[in-house]
Design a protein around this ligand. Structure first.
Ligand SMILES: Nc1ncnc2c1ncn2[C@@H]1O[C@H](COP(=O)(O)OP(=O)(O)OP(=O)(O)O)[C@@H](O)[C@H]1O
Length: 336
C-alpha cells in the first residue's frame, strides 16, 4: 500500500544538524492497522508526516501503491493527499465553524457542490456517532466528540489511508478506548488502512496488527504485535513493554531468593485458559512457583506470560517441554 525506501530526514538549524530519521525502510500492507511507537523525540511525528509528505525527506523515496510520490510537485501532491486522511492529537478543528462545516471543508476543497458536501458530511458524521451534534461548535463538544469530528473530516474524501498522529494522547483513558474502538471498526467495516503513532504500548496492543519501534531516528524493531510483545528483541521495546505492565518482567529481583529452574512461559489464544501448570505439577511431581505474571489481550487474542520456578526431579524435563510445545506454550529457560 505504502512503502518508505531509505528515508533520511535532517533538520538544520544554524550550525547544528539533527538527524530525525536515519535510513528508514518500511512497508505497510493494505487493510492493516500499523502502529509506530517510540519515546519522545524518537522521530515518530516526522515519520508519519513522511507518509503524506507534509515533511519532505532529505533523501529516499515514498511509494503509494506503485507511484513514487516523493517526486511530485505540490499541486499533484494535494490531489494525492485527498486519498490520505489525517487525524491530529489536538483535533485541529476550525473553532468558528460548526461540526458540519468542519467536515464539509475538505469536500469543498475537493470541488464538491454544497449539496454534495452536506450529504457526504452527514454520512460520515453518522458513522462516527455525531448525527445529533452537527450544528454545534467544537467548544460545545467533549474532547472525545471533537476527535470524532476530526475522524469524520479525515474520512470525508473516501481516503485509502488514515494517518493518526497521537490521536488519543489528549484524551482520558475511557475516551481513548471509545476512539480506539471506533478506529478498529472503521478499519474492519471500510477496510481502511490505518497508520498510527503513539508512545503507548496499550494503544498498540488494543488495535494494531503490526508495530514498528523507532529510537533516535532508527527503526529498531518491527513485526506482528503478538511476536513483538512476546519476544521483544530491542532494549527500547523491552523497556516500553515493561513500563506498560504487559510483560512479565521484574523477575530478576526475585530470582536470587528462589531455587530451581527458572522459566518464562508465553501463552496465546486458547492455551491461556488451559490448567497446564497444575497438570505438569501433578504428572511430573514438580513444585512450580509463579514469580511474575501478566495476562492480557492483543486485539481479540488473549495472551500471557508467567515467570515460574520449577523444583524437584527434572530428569523428565524434555517431556514437559514437549507437552508445553503441544499446547502452543513457548518456554524460555531463564536459568537452567
Ligand atoms: N522542524 C524541526 N526543526 C528542527 N528539529 C526538529 C524539527 N522537527 C523535529 N525536530 C527534531 O527531530 C527529532 C524527532 O522529532 P519528532 O517530533 O519527529 O519526534 P517524536 O517522536 O514525534 O516526539 P514527540 O513524541 O515528543 O512528539 C527531535 O530531535 C526533534 O527535536
Amino acid at each position: 500500500m505504502i512503502r518508505l525506501e531509505h528515508i533520511n530526514k535532517n533538520y538544520v538549524s544554524g550550525t547544528k544538524t539533527v538527524v530525525a530519521l536515519d535510513d528508514i525502510n518500511l512497508q505497510i500492507q493494505a487493510g492493516e492497522v500499523f502502529g509506530i511507537i517510540g519515546r519522545s523525540g524518537a522521530g515518530k511525528s516526522t515519520l508519519i508526516r513522511m507518509l503524506n509528505l507534509l515533511e519532505r525527506p532529505s533523501s529516499g523515496r515514498v511509494w503509494l501503491q506503485d507511484q513514487d510520490i516523493s517526486t511530485l510537485a505540490e499541486p499533484q501532491l494535494r490531489q494525492v493527499r485527498q486519498k490520505i486522511g489525517m487525524v491530529f492529537q489536538h483535533f485541529n478543528l476550525l473553532q468558528m465553524r460548526t461540526v458540519l462545516d468542519n467536515v464539509c471543508f475538505p469536500l469543498r476543497l475537493a470541488g464538491l457542490t454544497r449539496a454534495q458536501q452536506k450529504a457526504r458530511a452527514l454520512e460520515v458524521l453518522e458513522l462516527v456517532g455525531l448525527q445529533d451534534h452537527v450544528h454545534k461548535y467544537p467548544r460545545q463538544l467533549s474532547g472525545g466528540q471533537q476527535q470524532r469530528v476530526g475522524i469524520a473530516r479525515a474520512l470525508a474524501n473516501h481516503p485509502q489511508l488514515l494517518l493518526c498522529d497521537e490521536a488519543t494522547s489528549a484524551l482520558d483513558p475511557e475516551t481513548t478506548q471509545s476512539i480506539l474502538r471506533l478506529l478498529a471498526q472503521i478499519n474492519q467495516d471500510l477496510g481502511l488502512t490505518i497508520v498510527l503513532i503513539t508512545h503507548s504500548m496499550d494503544v498498540i496492543r488494543r488495535i494494531c496488527d503490526r508495530v514498528a519501534v523507532i529510537d533516535a531516528g532508527k527503526l529498531v524493531e518491527q513485526g506482528e504485535v503478538l511476536d513483538v510483545f512476546l519476544h521483544p528483541q530491542h532494549a527500547v521495546t523491552q523497556s516500553l513493554l515493561s513500563e506498560s505492565g504487559v510483560e512479565a518482567e521484574g523477575w530478576q529481583d526475585m530470582a536470587a531468593e528462589v531455587q530451581g529452574r527458572l522459566l518464562r512461559l508465553s501463552f496465546t489464544g486458547s492455551s491461556t485458559a488451559t490448567p497446564l501448570l497444575s497438570q505438569i505439577s501433578r504428572d511430573y511431581q514438580l513444585d512450580l512457583s509463579i514469580l511474575q505474571g501478566a495476562v492480557s489481550r492483543i486485539k481479540d487474542v488473549p495472551y500471557g506470560q508467567l515467570v515460574v520456578a520449577a523444583n524437584g526431579d527434572l530428569s523428565r524435563w524434555s517431556q514437559v517441554e514437549t507437552l508445553l510445545a503441544q499446547q502452543g506454550v513457548d518456554c524460555e529457560v531463564l536459568r537452567p
